[in-house]
Design a protein around this ligand. Sequence first.
Ligand SMILES: Cc1cc2nc3c(=O)[nH]c(=O)nc-3n(C[C@H](O)[C@H](O)[C@H](O)COP(=O)(O)OP(=O)(O)OC[C@H]3O[C@@H](n4cnc5c(N)ncnc54)[C@H](O)[C@@H]3O)c2cc1C
Length: 451
Amino acid sequence: MSKHDYDLLVLGGGSGGLAGAFRAAEHGARVALLEPHELGGTCVNLGCVPKKAMWLAAEMAQRSALAAQMGFNLAAPVLDWPEFIVHRQRYIGGIHASYRKRLDEARVVEVQSHGRLVDAHTVQCEDGTRISAGRILIATGGRPRRPAIPGVELGIDSDGFFNLCAAPARTAIVGAGYVGIELAGVLQALGSRVEIFARGSCLLQGFERELTTALEDNGRQHGLQYHFGFDLASVERAAGDGVVLVSTQGQRSERFDSLILAAGRVPNTGDMGLEQVGVHTDTHGFVQVDGKQDTNVDGISAVGDVTGQLALTPVAIAAARRLMDRLFGGKPEARLDYDNIATVVFSHPPLGSVGLTEAQARERHGDAVTVYRSHFRPMLHALADSPQRSLFKLVCVGPEQHVVGLHLLGEGVDEILQGFAVALKKGITKADLDDTMAIHPTAAEELVLMR
Ligand SMILES: Cc1cc2nc3c(=O)[nH]c(=O)nc-3n(C[C@H](O)[C@H](O)[C@H](O)COP(=O)(O)OP(=O)(O)OC[C@H]3O[C@@H](n4cnc5c(N)ncnc54)[C@H](O)[C@@H]3O)c2cc1C
């Protein structure tokens, strides 16, 4: 008999925590999971899922406009936002129910409470109850960062965005990372006039620059406005109603009805007893883990956004599953390979990326890098006489032209990228792409026809 109440105690019922709990239970471990809010964490409740629902609504609005341009007799589409939210939340409710059923079936004990570490094997719940376990998994995720500036309370963040019941007439978005870009695209497509304010000089830093520049141009065509080099110092209430943004250099924005702060995310590591137990965090509060997801304290591991590693749902899930395979499934070498993880920004059009950017490849491989591009107008947009274009870029290395990076901007790339990500991970060369017969007429065929 174990001297602990459980074999595994999971803090956090989001993507990583749930995946870890299910996989450990599959391996026969006795598992308890603590979650103070809705099951599913950020992804299901305030991230991927409601965001994708809003993106789909925005896509439909844009497609209706294209259809009208092509001769369909359609009135300008207006979204009944509250009705759409009913559909969105019903879908999310279904996910909650499915998780609850799966937890029951897996005999995972769910405790609706925030947890605080007491020692390396014990967690205290809000009501003072203590639970002990052989292993503890920290999967407490993160939350939006709110800059410490005067007037910050006048803005909402991505969590607040999901409470909106209509598109504000004019919206300012602070931040040009993927969350800011995605929310900007949705609101612009659904009728808001959106302006993006960013400290840096471009959108989506770290992504392939040629594509982000093309995305920026495309946004302008749809009416988005950008203010780069704008370092937000304060937010003021405008005369009448709304807000005005003020920069550190004294620039004042026009008046906006709504301000959305998309200025990064911070880990949920406060009030968790980490210092007491001696778990190391970095200067931003992210839990530090090694290549096997273990912290410096024996018996405590961490996965997902709380670790500051790639903040994506499939990454949190895969890291948790491999960790449980190692701890309870007899696979001592199981661990997540963080290289070549594909990601999509759900902008309009979407932007997908896997592997090295051209700049990263040149830094590592110098003149051995060859780049191929295809810049084209997708058929739908050509038919509707819309200016939107796609840009696909392939980064290859060495005489054999190993494909080390694939960067796609355009209609449908959110679905195109997955299969090509498998190929890149398997180590294909440009010749392999050349040998593959095109599927015609599609946008994806551009990837096997580049010269
Ligand atoms: C707007 C937005 C859009 C996104 N879109 C995408 C996307 O399209 N694709 C994608 O892959 N990723 C996306 N992400 C990122 C994705 O949501 C996260 O990477 C993922 O949810 C991380 O999972 P996690 O388990 O680490 O944390 P979370 O899902 O955040 O779960 C953490 C859970 O821990 C709980 N918790 C916190 N403290 C405690 C405590 N002390 N005790 C017990 N429980 C605690 C929280 O209540 C929460 O439920 C998006 C994120 C945002 C904000």
